[in-house]
Design a protein around this ligand. Sequence first.
Ligand code: AMP
Length: 299
Amino acid sequence: MQILSDIAELRTTLRQLRSGSERATHRSVGFVPTMGALHAGHRSLVQAARQRCDIVVASIFVNPTQFAPHEDFSRYPRTLAEDCQMLEAEGVDVVFTPTAEAMYPPGASTFVEVEGVSDRLDGASRPGHFRGVATVVAKLFHIVQPGLAFFGQKDAAQVAVLRKMVRDLDFPLEIIVCPTVREPDGLAMSSRNRYLSAVERRQALTLSRALHAAEIQVTRGEHRASALLQTVRATLQEEPAIRVDYIAAVDPDTLLPIENVASGALLAVAAYVGTTRLIDNVLLAAATGNTVVPGKKKS
Ligand code: AMP
């Protein structure tokens, strides 16, 4: 596995890897962008890329432009040595670890703004966040030129923004979305979980519990978004240490609110546990007319 931080060197290496066999023109590149502090959620993306592509590139870059000044950029966990061990064990070919100076040379003033969708959910709570995300991902796409790029459902609003960017700007690649990987007790894995104390870690479970309660309600035939949101809110309120940022039932592509989830919906939540902001979501499938009783197999 090669670990490269220079853009030109990465381009040369990828050119060589792409043309390194008799299947030269067909060697596909799969790309997994990350901010490091890797966990099993990231691992699942790398494994999906390894399964589907000839060459797997992962990037580790804590992108300063997606953090507001008061956010956790400086204390964001950085665990490069362990991250590289994990990526090597998963068969990654190249890890790209650029510096902020390389990604944003002095005077850089070009940004990618995906209007509308970037102002919803996390974009509403974190103004400018998705401008930073779209800009860095667009740059990484230009540098790596993957055929497939892998992202987690965990960051559902990010998926909506990046899908729209790829469509609007005709990036020649496909975005593959992988399911959220959870701890055995249901907590969605996140690099930020390591900020949580033991007590907060228990409190944080309320997020997945609240979403699950709404999911069960849907299987019993409740399709009104207002009722589902009320269930999520009530469950979160059972844990006084939690401060809700947003609870939303939206269209997964536009992130606009919907009133009825019968044709599918994204149910998403963001909340603070102590000073740590956590997000989680579930994708509600379109109703089929069959009700599924939790715990029983669908016939
Ligand atoms: P991050 O390092 O937090 O920027 O995340 C890098 C990629 O990993 C993003 O596409 C995330 O959506 C994805 N990811 C983060 N946590 C999870 C998880 N628990 N399950 C699946 N994917 C995840």
